[in-house]
Design a protein around this ligand. Sequence first.
Ligand code: ADP
Ligand code: ZN
Length: 524
Amino acid sequence: MNPSRAHETLFHVFGYTGFRGPQEAIVEHVAAGGDALVLMPTGGGKSLCYQIPALLRPGVAIVVSPLIALMQDQVSALKEVGVAADFLNSTLSFDRAMEIERAMLAGALDLLYVAPERLVTPRFLDLLDHLNEAGQLALFAIDEAHCVSQWGHDFRPEYLQLSILQERYPQIPRIALTATADAQTRHEIAERLRLQDAREFVSSFDRPNIRYTIVPKDNPRAQLLAFIRDGHLGEAGIVYCSSRKKVDETAAWLIEKGIAALPYHAGMNTEERAANQDRFLREDGIVMVATVAFGMGIDKPDVRFVAHLDLPRSIEGYYQETGRAGRDGLPAEAWMAYSVADLVQQRRFIDQGEAGAEVKRVATAKLDALLGLCETTGCRRQRLLGYFDEAAEPCGNCDTCLHPPQVRDATESARKALSCVFRTGSRFGAGHIVDVLTGKATDKVKEWQHDQVSTFGIGTELDDKGWRTLIRQLVAHGALAVDHERYGALTLTESARPLLRGEAAFTMRLDVVAPKKGRNVGSA
Ligand code: ADP
Ligand code: ZN
């Protein structure tokens, strides 16, 4: 095909003078009939990658989209620039849906957005058959393709049925698009949507304007408030919490402290949720306190910070959620407070879930990778991008680059901690182990006669907090495991062996509170 037609469409229809990044290559590939798997960060410009081929190829392009709001936004934007686009979803009356179907069959539509559950109905497939026979199917675009992944929290079972497109219409080009790009998800998309032979287009996932900071949880609310007051007062932000209760409590508390906060979670009724979302989008400086139910399809360019009071489930989750900050390209911050208690809770969710052993194994591995990001002494961005197989230099715009963490050799201390866990029978949590190491003869210590074990009181080199930090890092390192079936009891793993035998060294990262940015943050 003639590439200048793509440029012409880009300019005359959308008013843009040039393609961004890989857009042009994608457009040409799909317009020429090729299949594509597009991995591009949020805000990267995925829509044009199928909208322009839709206009260049004869017939109608079918766009599968998981969210009604997303469809409506896209369609009205397209209509505004004069493109014949429409959508079919459950919000339409029967008559209106009929009308759209007729328009599509008559060749009057360039793009039709449709929900996945609708697409796979016999009725809709029948329509597609007609179009196909008439040579009037331009392409299939599958937006938010990571919804096919069972590991992610956006999983939509109906997406699994989309493989039918390849079986039924093998000649029609398909393009799947997502902003989630770890190897596992990529592989799943390719396999489940039968896109193994599709060309992959992977953009850089770096969001250079986002500054990453991850702090150990101490007094999380006060830490959050200090973070907001330190440069984000009056700015729009999102605070993610893991439970509805915590969302409500945190929002109420922030309001009490004078922050314009609103709650959002799936337990609220639809009107309340819609009203809060609306205020967040329209008013300035609202802080949305939310569960992960909030976010997908929210296109607010000036979100200045995303804070996590609880660990997400994976690096992809973290990346997607933090990616909602700074879509306008201006400086933004991603801030997270985390603790081993979070980790224990997440592992409990995984282990107690209904999923099979393999699913649990993958979920645990994803959580471990996230923990690695939290505990790294190197550049956070490098680690984050490395997870998506993207190489990067230390960024100079994350907490570890800006305030390199102090590290110390803690091999000896690590051995003490590990052997203390062992000597006390691998059945106690961190608090008790620290008491034994630091020689505190608490009732529990006496009851178990742990003041008699050889590791009692040998940990003079660190204080309580230091030992807790070390234990947390041993968990992150994998030398200690947390057994939540037994109330967070610490147990040794295989990786503890080389440490105990003196065959491996252990470097500990000291917890330091990052210096303030020069403003008095006031009291919490
Ligand atoms: P994504 O779906 O990847 O999050 P969008 O397709 O919504 O991103 O595009 C993000 C923004 O970038 C939109 O406002 C879009 O109009 C704009 N955009 C996309 N491609 C270009 C381009 N080639 N030139 C200028 N603006 C673009
Ligand atoms: Zn960095």
